[in-house]
Design a protein around this ligand. Structure first.
Ligand SMILES: C[S@@+](CC[C@H](N)C(=O)[O-])C[C@H]1O[C@@H](n2cnc3c(N)ncnc32)[C@H](O)[C@@H]1O
Length: 467
């Protein structure tokens, strides 16, 4: 087994300082594996081999936790309109903008734009940007957060016309379990708010109200999301009839305030050109070439971006049935809730990538799948393959839209699938290498616990490569 000293440069004081701290994390993994009779490659072995294969790539254990930390954004104008747990911290995006020396005249792409952290930061710095987001409800948020042209007074005027008294004339989405999700009195208020929003004629003004509506759903419901959605069994939430109208009012006031702030303080906001598309297949118009990509894809784990946001997707009418939701999920970069039918069909395609590590992890998962009783799926090897092929397609499309020399910062976590360790960050680098990117640096940003086996320590990395 390789030791940390094998791949960290102990002559370098920064790396030497890291050794004690990092060793204590990985030590726990080794102990756990030993007790299970585990014999597959460990995170250390992969790092060691990677360093040998790509001697030019710098590997840093910075552990600064600067990447995915949306909590930091909760007080920042515009960012704070929604709370996307899977979002970037704006400070991180600014750091990368500085590091890549981006300024007015440059264009940044985020092919997994989510709630638009990268695009909003770019606007603040007068840099143009492009956001691609596949989920139509999250795309609404992206579009609204990046539209600062509307006069905030018009939003207030529209709000002042609203009347939340009386019986609602709108109906809840029929395929959702609304009676279990909301108390009757709350449901009535939500429907009344929805009815009043439907009366707004100007679509760009309506989009701010739609965003505010999206944000009242979860806090007014009997559900919790942390990060997966489920019923609030302990019933610790304080939900009272006026709550939806109160949150809605506060959100509209926040939107008006923040629009006033940015319209005053950002003299020339960058433009944000957004697309509700699938980054695996979508090509940007020929005349758009970007200077940088700052992004974070879905991780290879069971986080279901559709299931966990079904409340918002259903209420916005962006899916009209469970089948619509499944279709959206199947188009996204893979999570392990995709339909068996889609995976069965996908399995007919010949493998796209020839990467020994990918073959290794796929083969390692096979016996674990047979040994384990009661597992949810029996198609993990294809799931693994499809995740990395999805990533290949996105990286490939990005490449075509990048200027020569354009830089990428890609934040991703690694995974544990059926107790097999998957070095997602290193595999992503290898795929980028196959496509023709120049690999530069891998910064291990933080360590985190596996959601499945809490005692297993995983990491989150920032990958740097360029065209
Ligand atoms: C980690 S989140 C990105 C969050 C974002 N950085 C932010 O600050 O809000 C990944 C996003 O990728 C989106 N996504 C998944 N598959 C996609 C695809 N094929 N094309 C475009 N977007 C996709 C998901 O809906 C999700 O919003």
């Amino acid at each position: 087994m390789n030791t940390l000293e094998d791949y960290l440069d102990i002559e370098n004081p920064r790396e030497a300082n890291m050794i004690t701290e990092v060793r204590s994390f990985y030590r726990k993994n080794f102990d756990l594996w030993k007790s299970m009779g585990y014999h597959f490659k460990t995170p250390d072995t992969y790092l060691f081999e990677f360093k040998k294969r790509y001697p030019g790539v710098v590997i840093e254990h910075s552990l600064l936790n600067r990447g995915l930390n949306f909590v930091n954004n909760k007080k920042k104008p515009i960012h704070r309109w929604t709370s996307y747990l899977e979002g970037f911290s704006d400070d991180f995006v600014y750091e990368i903008i500085n590091q890549f020396e981006l300024s007015e005249g440059h264009v940044i792409l985020d092919p997994f734009a989510g709630s638009g952290t990268v695009n909003v930061c770019a606007m603040m710095k007068s840099i143009d940007s492009i956001g691609i987001e596949i989920n139509p409800t999250i795309y609404r948020i992206l579009e609204t957060k990046t539209c600062w042209k509307t006069d905030p007074k018009l939003i207030l005027d529209e709000y002042n016309k609203m009347d939340f008294s009386g019986e609602p004339s709108t109906r809840a989405p029929s395929f959702m379990k609304v009676d279990r999700q909301f108390k009757p009195e709350i449901l009535k208020r939500i429907l009344k708010i929805k009815e009043q929003i439907e009366l707004i004629e100007d679509t760009s003004i309506k989009s701010y109200f739609d965003l505010a509506f999206i944000t009242i759903l979860l806090p007014s419901s009997n559900l919790r999301r942390s990060p997966s959605i489920g019923y609030d069994k302990k019933q610790t939430k304080n939900i009272y009839p006026e709550l939806p109208v109160e949150i809605f009012k506060k959100k509209i006031e926040m939107i008006v305030r923040d629009l006033r702030i940015v319209r005053k303080s950002v003299k020339k906001p960058g433009s944000s050109n957004n697309f509700c598309e699938d980054s695996k297949v979508f090509s940007l118009p020929e005349d758009i070439k970007v200077d940088a990509v700052i992004t974070s894809p879905p991780y290879l784990n069971s986080f279901d971006y559709v299931g966990n946001y079904k409340l918002e997707i259903g209420w916005m009418g962006d899916a009209k049935s469970t089948k619509d939701m499944q279709e959206l999920r199947d188009r996204m970069v893979l999570c392990d809730n995709v339909s068996r039918k889609m995976i069965k069909e996908y399995a007919q395609n010949p493998p796209l990538l020839s990467i020994d590590w990918l073959d290794y992890v796929t083969a390692a998962v096979e016996p674990r799948m047979r040994e384990r009783l009661g597992i949810r799926r029996r198609d993990y090897p294809i799931l693994l393959r499809k995740y990395f092929e999805d990533i290949y397609y996105v990286l490939r499309r990005m490449y075509d839209s990048m200027k020569s020399g354009a830089k990428v910062a890609w934040v991703v976590g690694d995974s544990l699938i059926l107790d097999v360790y998957i070095p997602t960050d290193l595999l992503t680098m290898m795929i980028a290498d196959v496509i023709g990117y120049r690999l530069k640096r891998l910064e291990i940003d933080r360590v985190r616990r596996s959601g499945v086996r809490r005692s297993f320590i995983l990491r989150e990395s920032i990958l740097f490569f360029e065209k």
